[in-house]
Ligand binder design. Structure first.
Ligand SMILES: C[S@@+](CC[C@H](N)C(=O)[O-])C[C@H]1O[C@@H](n2cnc3c(N)ncnc32)[C@H](O)[C@@H]1O
Ligand code: SF4
Ligand code: SF4
Length: 453
């Protein structure tokens, strides 16, 4: 047995065992996912993130432990004791859920956070120059931030921020429609000596070379997520811009070059569903030809929410992972966002880190989620917290869902109870399984490459 991926050192330290009873019965841990390809056998421990490579004999012996409990003699005779130490194999009465909760508690204690807010997600406007046929914001009232609100927001940031660098995430609507507000806020924060960096989620259609330069120098924009939908025919049909002569696929591709030339990290999010998936491969070829030379451009595929909840979800995810393999083959850089999903998580998203993160809409209202859930605003920048009860309710650590208690992927999903969250879906465990296999398959590909070399 060989550990080929070290995982999270802290978690390994917390859970690994130096000694264990030789009179107990042993079984495979529920936090272990096994995968074999091309004669290579891998085990991933979803709690520690470690990946173990087994010989064929070790693999056969381990397989037995997934079917029934075995004695310590069996474990030692088959040279599996290291896997017991590292908790790939556990005593019969071991509780995965209890161990997981203990790890989270210890990690929480270890990560003493500074007081104050660290991340501000700001919507300069809910208006947009596009009408994407799938947009979950359809029907939302168009509101744009006034100068008075921006002034108060600047004060609010100064009053509530953590005393090191803060992160401003610009969101919308289309945040670039509010580029003057962004410039105004960034300039004011600079004048006050507030250290900050920015990120943005945008369709990028109104980005100019000049604006890209301002984004780099004044907004301190480090990262941009740009949504795409396929070749011009698909893109323009789906984006349905109000002014298609001015905002279209060509202008966006040009904008991506401007931003990439400024060395801003760019994540191209290619949205897909059952209708356009057959044309995505072709689009990946286009992206490779257009942007392959840039080291700061990454691509990821994203299934539209409507499909996540549909009966086609698993099939479409399967196709997505095949497309990801294709991306690997043609050497298209994939976003690190996806990789992060396969690590133990202390929080799922901004919604369960209210100590450090806040969402502020164009009127200055507070939310815990960028989807601005209806009736879930608990205050505003002018009056502070106006609904303490709601704030406390949203902030309270949630219980682990019954369905998650016995799931192999619990460490990837956090204690956050996802019902009612737009990101949560019925086929999550199947999706995580496919994702884990994809990741283990990439490890096997690199092992084979190394051997060949
Ligand atoms: C609401 S938009 C706001 C920012 C900006 N206008 C943009 O399009 O990037 C934020 C993100 O949500 C994505 N989005 C919108 N509707 C969606 C849906 N129904 N399913 C999945 N993603 C969606 C967009 O592609 C974009 O990446
Ligand atoms: S560009 Fe963004 S905000 Fe505008 S309609 Fe499309 S997804 Fe919605
Ligand atoms: S959300 Fe889904 S994948 Fe995550 S632990 Fe729960 S059942 Fe498993």
């Amino acid at each position: 047995m060989e550990i080929i991926k070290n995982g999270d050192k802290k978690v390994v330290g917390i859970i690994s065992k130096k000694s264990f009873p030789d009179d107990a019965l042993y079984r495979a841990s529920g936090f272990v996912y096994s995968y074999a390809e091309k004669g290579i056998y891998l085990l991933r421990n979803t709690l520690t993130g470690q990946v173990a490579k087994l010989t064929e004999n070790e693999c056969k012996a381990f397989e037995q432990l997934t079917k029934k409990s075995v004695s310590y003699t069996y474990v030692s005779e088959n040279e599996l004791t290291e896997l017991v130490k590292l908790r790939f194999i556990v005593e019969n009465d071991y509780s995965e859920a209890a161990q997981y909760k203990q790890v989270i508690e210890i990690l929480n204690m270890m990560s003493r956070k500074k007081p104050g807010l660290k991340a501000y997600t700001i919507l300069p406007t809910t208006g947009c120059n596009a009408r994407c046929i799938y947009c979950y914001e359809q029907g939302i009232k168009t509101v744009t931030m006034t100068r008075k609100t921006a002034d108060r927001l600047i004060e609010y940031i100064c009053e509530t921020r953590r005393d090191d660098e803060i992160k401003l995430s610009w969101f919308g609507g289309e945040p670039l429609l509010g580029h003057e507000t962004i410039t105004y806020i960034c300039q004011a924060l600079r004048d006050r000596g507030v250290p900050f960096r920015s990120e943005m989620v945008t369709n990028a259609s109104i980005m100019t070379r000049e604006m890209a330069s301002t984004a780099k120098t004044l907004w301190n924009l480090k990262k941009m997520q740009i949504s795409l939908d396929g070749m011009p025919e698909d893109y323009e049909k789906r984006k349905n811009y109000y002014l298609p002569d001015r905002h279209n696929h060509e202008t966006v591709i040009r904008a991506i070059h401007y931003l990439a030339d400024e060395c801003i990290e760019i994540e191209l999010r290619v949205n897909f569903d059952r209708e356009n998936i057959s044309r995505i491969k072709n689009y990946l070829d286009f992206l490779k030809a257009e942007f392959g030379k840039y080291e700061n451009i990454y691509v990821y595929l994203s299934l539209l929410l409507q499909e996540k909840y549909s009966d086609k979800c698993v099939e479409l995810y399967h196709e997505m992972f095949e497309l990801q393999k294709y991306m690997r083959r043609i050497g298209l850089r994939q976003s690190s966002k996806e990789k992060k999903k396969l690590h133990i998580k202390m929080n799922y998203c901004m919604a369960d880190s209210m100590d450090s993160s806040i969402v502020i809409d164009p009127q200055g209202n507070f939310y815990h989620c960028e989807h601005l859930p209806e009736n879930k605003s608990w205050g505003n920048i002018f009056d502070g917290c106006t609904d303490k009860e709601l704030y406390e309710k949203l902030k309270k650590p949630a219980l682990i869902d019954e369905k998650c208690e016995s799931c192999t992927f619990l460490p990837y999903c956090t204690p956050f109870y996802k019902h009612g969250c737009p990101g949560w879906f019925d086929h999550c465990a199947q999706y995580m399984g496919m994702k884990t296999e994809y990741s283990l398959s990439s490890i096997i590909s690199s092992l084979n490459k190394e051997t060949q070399e």
